[in-house]
Design a protein around this ligand. Sequence first.
Ligand code: GDP
Length: 651
Amino acid sequence: MSRHRNVRGYNYDEDFEDDDMYGQSVEDDYCISPFIYSLVLIFLFVCVWTGRLYSCLDQMRAVLGDSIPDSTLTQAALKYDCDPHRALDFILTEENTNAHTPPARTNSQPDRVEAEVVPKVARMTVSGKKQTMGFDVRSVEENGIVAPSVRRGPSPEVTAAPTTETPSKPSAVNEDSTAPTPTRPTGKSKQQLNIHAELEKRQGGKPLLNLVVIGHVDAGKSTLMGHLLYLLGNVNKRTMHKYEQESKKAGKASFAYAWVLDETGEERNRGVTMDVGMTKFETDSKVITLMDAPGHKDFIPNMITGAAQADVAVLVVDASRGEFEAGFEAGGQTREHGLLVRSLGVTQLAVAVNKMDQVNWQQERFQEIVSKLGHFLKQAGFKDSDVFYIPTSGLSGENLTTRSEVADLTAWYTGPCLLEQIDAFKPPQRSVEKPFRLCVSDVFKDQGSGFCVTGKIEAGFIQTGDKVLAMPPNETCTVKGITLHDEALDWAAAGDHVSLTVTGMDIIKINVGCIFCDPKEPIRACTRFRARILLFNIEVPITQGFPVLLHYQTVSEPATIRKLVSVLHKSSGEVLKKKPKCLSKGQNAVVEIQTQRPVALELYKDYKELGRFIISSLLHLCCHFGKCLLVLSWKPFSTTEHTKKKCEKKN
Ligand code: GDP
């Protein structure tokens, strides 16, 4: 080790480039004999070659740390002509098959060593600062050697690691990484597109499922999902090794898997997820868009954003004594998250009873948690038959992608592992026949003309070349490109998290939370609407003028309860009291809500997905569920006369 130190950091490539010049001047100026000159050349060659070797060793060391002996590294470097990428691949493959193991178990390491796609985490920001929709896709050079992957999209701060493209699914986008989102000519006109048939064909017939991971802070959400992605082969070994080394150096070795999803420095320093990380993986029968939601109560709005876009959820609870109770009972997030996802339309839930290694895989502890949670989840509106409990360990990897072989567990649990359960979820019915609706979760400028918006298509479908209306600000633009999971497409449909490249509109007009819709059947944007609300845990009764935060799809907007219209019977909906003075815990009521700025809303009866919302008190973090019944006022709010007129006409 120490023998390398004096040469570290030296740029041997520069020496190599100057070599010609140096040789030339020696001969010209001093007329050295050919023999000495040859010796000098040999000496220089050895120096340069040794330099390349050291440089290669340094690069390998940066990834592997000090865990592998110098001799092994040198052998690999020599074998691959000092190419650090190939040498690293060799070492890591060797390491995997030999005794060097990653921190958890190795028995279920994926076979897909060659199919390494580094998941890239799309940040659906409320701040709108960071957005990295898609994946790092490895570019493959002609000779089959893997070049460092290139990052598409606008997130230069994320360093790309070398990856391999999945051979069976060639990506359409990695030829020119610097080009703007490619726009393919639309093969078929909108009328000709048989959307159902196209959806059947797509992804080899695998339906898309949006899955959100929820649970109390520190329950192990990021570790569990990071480890699952690793076992599936979605994170290459080199990247995982790097996370292990870096987290060890930062004194947070146990967070290595969590770093797969917790990408920002602040998230890693604080050890908590703040934004909603998004990535993709496949099961036998589905393509899953995974959203890792923050568990900390400070980031509830971000969590709601993630949950609002989910079809199904994995609720992670910590089985350790005292920890489950902290998350479930004393103001923890387990209950709140369960209620929120159910309110936002999630009906199928897998509960990962995690950190079972901490309680020696005890059946009694598992049963205790199942019975406490089961009772609560039923009250929250989940059917018993739609909730599935799986004992797991995110850290050791037990029961994640393969059924566990731990004797203490198999003695009493023979059910599916987490991946099998995710695969077994029923895909939801999508509203592909309804007019197009997309909720914007991010806006950013890409290279080329126009700009990009990301978001989930809630209804209908879209094709390149289509004109869409943005509400607010009630202006149209043209869709030039559609990208789904970093693949350029001609069309996308309800349920897809896409990135659209649009032109013909000023980027400053678009905000997170606005809705792109079909201009012929536009969504209405309003500042006042009537809604039925269900009050959960409430500390202060709600009175007229009560300030709230309206969480609707990807937006959190300040609002007030403008009028208390009536109190309803919970199940029959019969009016029990008109014009109540206040509303208290557990009540069902009709109220009028006034927002500060216009929000684009649908009626619950027309579009369930776009007619439901959550309101939370500004003072206490208790959330209540609401359904929009009636849009009461919608005003022209655009600055241009032209759009004002358009609004008035429609009104
Ligand atoms: P999150 O806040 O829910 O995302 O939790 P993290 O994934 O950041 O994990 C919090 C801590 O719990 C980390 O130190 C993890 O290493 C640890 N942890 C996560 N899963 C397990 C597990 O199954 N067993 C044990 N013993 N520790 C775990």
